[in-house]
Design a protein around this ligand. Structure first.
Ligand SMILES: [Zn+2]
Length: 287
C-alpha cells in the first residue's frame, strides 16, 4: 500500500474539484492551474483554503470533503468559495516524491517562499520575542519579496477582491489545534469573543480533543504574513485548523523517517469526516 493511500493525488484532486464545477483562478510559478469551487449564492462569502503547505494533505481532504458536503445541500443565503490546493506545485512535488519513494519535507512554493508568510499583515519582519533575530532572518528569506509576490497567493487575493468574506477556514496539519488571530501581534482580534464561541463549537463537535490557541500568544515568536491575519483584517471570522495528530507511531520506525507521515495519519478517513462534520455549520454561516 502506498504511503498516501486514502489521500487525493493531484489527478484525483482535479477530478473531485472538476465534478463540483471548479473554475480556474490563476496559475502557479510552474504554470499549474489553481482552481476554486463555488457553492451557493449570496452576498456574504465563506472562504475555505487548503493545501497552502505542500505536505499537509489531510487539509486538502477536509477542503474537498467540505465542498462535497455543501454542494449536496448548498447554503441558502451565502456563497462558499473553496480553494482545495493553493500550493499546486508543492502538492504535485510531494506526489512525485511519494511515487519515487523520496522522503522529502517541503514547505514552500517553487521559488522557496512559504506561501503562508506571503500575506500582507506583519509580512517579513514582524517576528518578535526572544528568538526574533535568527528567526527573522529565516522568515524574511521565506516570506517572499513583498506581500502577494507569489502567483499562488496573488490568485487568492484576486479571488477574494471585492467580496464580503465574513467567515474563513484555513486548513493545515498537524497537531489538532484551532488557531485564532492575531498571529503577528499579541492582541486578540476585534471579534475575539464571537470567534472563540465558534471555535469552541467546532472543537466540541470533534471526537478528538482539539486545543484552541490564540496564535500571537506563543511565547517565542509571532509569525507574520499569515492568511489567518489577512482574512481577519478583511473583517472575517477566521480560524486556522491544524488537522489531525499526524501519523508518527512510536513503534513503527518507518514513520519516523517519512515526513509525509509526520503530518498525515495513515488512515485519514475518520478524522477527515469528523472535521468536515464539525466545520460545516461554521462554513455554512450558522450563528
Ligand atoms: Zn501548514
Amino acid at each position: 500500500m502506498s504511503v498516501a493511500a486514502g489521500y487525493s493525488d493531484p489527478a484525483r484532486v482535479a477530478a473531485r474539484a472538476q465534478a463540483l464545477g471548479a473554475t480556474p483562478i490563476g496559475r502557479s510559478v510552474h504554470g499549474r492551474e489553481l482552481v476554486a469551487i463555488s457553492i451557493g449564492a449570496g452576498e456574504r462569502v465563506s472562504l475555505v483554503l487548503g493545501g497552502i503547505h505542500p505536505i499537509e494533505w489531510i487539509g486538502v481532504e477536509v477542503a474537498l470533503g467540505l465542498a462535497e458536503r455543501l454542494a449536496a445541500a448548498p447554503p441558502a443565503d451565502r456563497r462558499v468559495l473553496i480553494v482545495p490546493v493553493i500550493n499546486v506545485d508543492g502538492h504535485a512535488a510531494i506526489s512525485r516524491d511519494l511515487t519515487a519513494g523520496a522522503r522529502r519535507y517541503r514547505r514552500t512554493n517553487q521559488r522557496g517562499v512559504d506561501l503562508n508568510r506571503n500575506f500582507p499583515l506583519g509580512h517579513a519582519g514582524a517576528v518578535t520575542g526572544p528568538l526574533a533575530g535568527p528567526l527573522a532572518r529565516l522568515v524574511e528569506r521565506r516570506a517572499g519579496a513583498a506581500p502577494w509576490s507569489e502567483p499562488e497567493t496573488a490568485a487568492v487575493a484576486t479571488l477574494v477582491a471585492g467580496k464580503a468574506v465574513d467567515r474563513a477556514v484555513a486548513l493545515h496539519a498537524f497537531g489538532r489545534m484551532i488557531l485564532l488571530p492575531w498571529a503577528h501581534r499579541g492582541a486578540t482580534s476585534p471579534r475575539h469573543a464571537e470567534l472563540l464561541a465558534h471555535a469552541r463549537a467546532v472543537a466540541a463537535a470533534l471526537p478528538a480533543r482539539y486545543r484552541i490557541l490564540h496564535t500571537g500568544r506563543w511565547p517565542l515568536f509571532r509569525p507574520g504574513g499569515l492568511e489567518l491575519d489577512w482574512l481577519t483584517s478583511l473583517g472575517a471570522l477566521a480560524m486556522l485548523v491544524e488537522c489531525g495528530r499526524g501519523g508518527l507511531e512510536a513503534r513503527r520506525p518507518s514513520t519516523w523517517i517519512q515526513p509525509f507521515r509526520w503530518y498525515n495519519p495513515a488512515q485519514p478517513g475518520t478524522e477527515v469526516d469528523a472535521l468536515v462534520h464539525a466545520l460545516e455549520p461554521f462554513v455554512r454561516g450558522e450563528p
